[in-house]
Design a protein around this ligand. Structure first.
Ligand SMILES: [Zn+2]
Length: 417
């Protein structure tokens, strides 16, 4: 059964250590990601494609159109891409992953046999209740599983093998891209837009069964740099300028109702994520996130106003604010061709599931790619509890995601007919 092959594939990829590293300047950020890249290239070659592994660790391949000569859409179907990332998050251990398959889940707790034993329970993870009878895949509790995004990688590989194996599945040119370093925000950096071959693509990098996402945050990073003056506290009178007071005041003035922990859905936030420093110098790193670009601009204005106010209160402390754009909401871009998302929704229905359009409270490779010339919404892989040792994915959800890929390919042929 091809679902068994999907499972074997997924387990094989999960066992390869591909944790990325934010602090590394190289691409890929960690050399072990190449191990998976080489395996994928070899497997694609074995399927009869000519895969390319470039010097940055990206893997590309193109499955040519298979329409018969007399087909009305012959030569008219746009190339469609499918993209997933090979790296896993540095937030949890990713070496020596031992996937566990809990067959025919009957409700209740799932024990992860690691040391100490961990459990998954429907109280912590209510989505479990939707998967009674499914085969739930977890780690042993000591590492992450890596369904983010090896589920996506496995689904694309399996869908390609099914398309090659069954000539009755008509498809246009299918472009495959596997990227390193998505989890450290650099997956799109070295993406070969022209070499990839498609201007329409789907990342297989979403979560729960059915979710289809065309919007990401607009993301900016803000850095406050504070400078003061340090002397021995015994001789500090009228000399010392302690930046920590001004830093505390900046944080205190951030709105309570616009924090990650107080917002959800389409609400944006300001999130101080790191303070570094001591008396004489201090840096605050802050994330600015909003779906609406005008609301992002307002949040940045608020930060500027806070700087003015805190400067007035601590005139001897030098305060500078630097704001950088990280990625923009891909929604307005993807909407340039509404059929891209409509076809994904229809493909989900044909695979027998109710699609759930939703938004990503974060980014994807697709956000950057959509502004680099490849319109790229995001499709579910089936995984839950990403970036954690309690990550899990139902095999049956992965099977549905694989079917969605095949249905998307077929629908774009119908679109060209
Ligand atoms: Zn991911």
């Amino acid at each position: 059964m091809s679902t068994d092959r999907l499972l074997e594939r997924f387990v094989r990829y999960c066992k390869i250590h591909t944790t990325s590293d934010e602090d590394s300047p190289t691409t890929p950020s960690t050399r072990w990601q190449i191990d998976l890249a080489k395996l994928l290239r070899a497997e694609l070659d074995e399927m009869g494609l000519t895969a390319r592994l470039d010097e940055h660790g990206y893997v590309y391949a193109i499955l040519p159109e298979n329409l018969p000569d007399d087909h009305p859409a012959k030569g008219k179907v746009p190339a469609i891409g499918f993209i997933a990332h090979m790296d896993t998050s540095p937030d949890a251990p990713g070496k020596d992953v031992e996937p566990q398959v809990h067959r025919n889940y009957q409700g209740g707790e799932i024990t992860l046999p690691g040391d100490p034993p961990q459990v998954l329970s429907p109280q912590d993870t209510p989505q479990l209740k939707d998967h009674i009878g499914d085969d739930i895949i977890t780690s042993d509790g000591t590492t992450l599983l890596g369904a983010d995004d090896k589920a996506g990688v496995a689904e694309i590989m399996e869908a390609v093998e099914r398309m090659i194996g069954d000539p009755s599945i008509l498809h246009g040119p299918i472009c495959i891209g596997f990227t390193p370093d998505e989890e450290v925000g650099r997956g799109a950096d070295q993406f070969d837009v022209d070499g990839f071959g498609a201007r329409i693509a789907y990342t297989m990098d979403g979560g729960e069964l059915g979710k289809i996402e065309k919007e990401t945050f607009n993301a900016h990073s803000a850095t406050f740099k504070l400078k003061g003056y340090n002397v021995h506290p015994g001789q500090a009178k009228d000399k010392m300028v302690n930046t920590l007071y001004a830093a505390a005041e900046i944080i205190r003035r951030l709105p309570e109702d616009a924090r990650p922990e107080t917002t959800e859905g389409r609400q944006g936030y300001l999130h101080p994520r790191l303070i570094n420093g001591s008396v004489d110098a201090c840096t605050i790193h802050l994330l600015v996130r909003d779906f609406d670009i005008d609301a992002s601009a307002k949040k940045i204005l608020l930060l500027e106003r806070i700087v003015d106010e805190v400067r007035a209160r601590f005139p001897k402390t030098e305060i500078e604010l630097e704001v950088k754009e990280r990625y923009l909401n891909m929604g307005p871009k993807v909407d340039e061709n509404p059929r891209i998302v409509e076809i994904a929704l229809e493909a989900a229905r044909r695979a027998g599931i109710e699609p759930k359009p939703s938004v990503i409270r974060g980014g994807t490779d697709g956000a950057r790619l959509s502004y680099m010339g490849i319109l790229t919404p995001n499709i579910f892989t089936g995984g839950v509890n990403y970036h954690s040792v309690r990550e899990w994915v139902p095999l049956q959800a992965m099977e549905k995601a694989t079917q969605v890929i095949v249905e998307i390919a077929k629908l774009w042929v119908e679109e060209g007919t």
